[in-house]
Design a protein around this ligand. Structure first.
Ligand SMILES: [Mg+2]
Length: 332
């Protein structure tokens, strides 16, 4: 492969996380629509992946279309669908499933031929628990009773929080934890960072060598690592240099980019000699107590990538250092 080949030239498909990658709440990430259109023009297969179980795929696709991105419901895979897929594989069509959550959960059950019920007295074989904006305590009661009677328990996702424009609020993981305080059981989890959601998306796309693009290390990049996929962290959403420098071995991306347009450019060229990492003109190395960074006029993302590798190398060699000091050096 020539030095000028784009990142995407090594892959036949891209799985995109949505919030923080394609949009920030109601608004598109700048240039996202043009970037997706260019990828489609190259013949890249595109899948949109979301841990958010509240909205059915058609609602997610409509949102993408409003933002100027071509998408149909078939291009979107939700954690509720991945949970329903686990349940149909285990229990078969017609099985009665206690549904906790909103429309996204009941639609996902119905579309595979499972039967949503709403009381533990309806003899469900399993409980599916996903986010619903109108969740009632009574639904948690029914889930706990059904689980104690032996029903299998699947959570769409266990994100502890949900970002809003007014701050963080409890996510589905908080409601799962509420049930867990009453029962002696652990849920099976469909969403990132667990494999089912990403495995389902790869198989729906018929992808041979897919790349996953996300904005969080703990769900997106860890999920890609768990699913055996290469990954790119984009800095357009939740996680930035500070989190990247502290990434554990199970949450380190293959690539980093400011936003999804990095897919259309060559990968950053990283080299190492004697513990010194170089990216563009930037160099970084780890010593006890500190990271030594020289930006040398490199772009910010080049300096971040060199520093991330130095930080990971240092952490893996037992060195401890102050990430805030590294951030201050980057901004100098
Ligand atoms: Mg995200």
């Amino acid at each position: 492969m020539s030095a000028s080949a784009a990142v995407i030239d090594s892959y036949d498909a891209v799985l995109f996380d949505l919030d923080g990658v394609i949009y920030l709440g109601p608004v598109a990430v700048a240039g996202a629509a043009e970037g997706i259109a260019e990828l489609r023009g190259r013949g890249t297969k595109i899948g949109f992946v979301t841990n958010n179980a509240a909205r059915p795929p058609v609602a997610v696709a409509d949102h993408l279309v409003e933002l100027g991105i071509r998408a149909t419901a078939a291009d979107v895979v939700t954690s509720a669908q991945a949970a329903a897929h686990l349940l149909i594989n285990t229990f078969g069509a017609g099985a009665r499933i206690l549904a906790v959550g909103g429309e996204g959960v009941t639609v996902a059950l119905s579309e595979v031929g499972l039967v949503p019920v709403h009381s533990a007295d309806d003899h469900p074989v399993a409980v599916i628990q996903g986010y619903g904006v109108d969740l009632k305590w009574q639904e948690l009661n029914e889930a706990a009773v059904a689980i104690q009677r032996g029903a299998h328990w699947v959570a769409t996702n266990i994100d502890p929080t949900r970002p809003t424009d007014r701050g963080l609020v409890p996510g589905n993981g908080a409601a799962v934890a509420a049930v867990q305080m009453a029962v002696q059981a652990e849920p099976e989890v469909a969403g990132k960072p667990y494999r089912p959601l990403l495995d389902d998306t790869v198989s729906r796309l018929g992808a041979y060598h897919p790349l996953f693009v996300g904005d969080r290390l703990d769900t997106d990049i860890a999920g890609a690592v768990n699913a055996g996929l290469d990954s790119m962290l984009v800095l357009s959403g939740s996680h930035r240099a500070e989190q990247l420098f502290s990434a554990t071995p199970g949450e380190r991306p293959t690539y980093v980019g400011e936003d999804l347009h990095a897919l259309l450019r060559p990968p950053l060229d990283l080299s190492q000699s004697d513990g010194e990492f170089r990216c563009g003109a930037a160099t970084a190395s780890a010593a006890e107590g500190t990271l030594i960074i020289h930006r040398n006029g490199a772009t910010e993302v080049e300096a971040i990538w060199a520093t991330a590798h130095a930080a990971w190398w240092g952490a893996d060699h037992g060195l401890v250092f102050d990430v805030r000091d590294a951030l201050a050096q980057l901004n100098r």
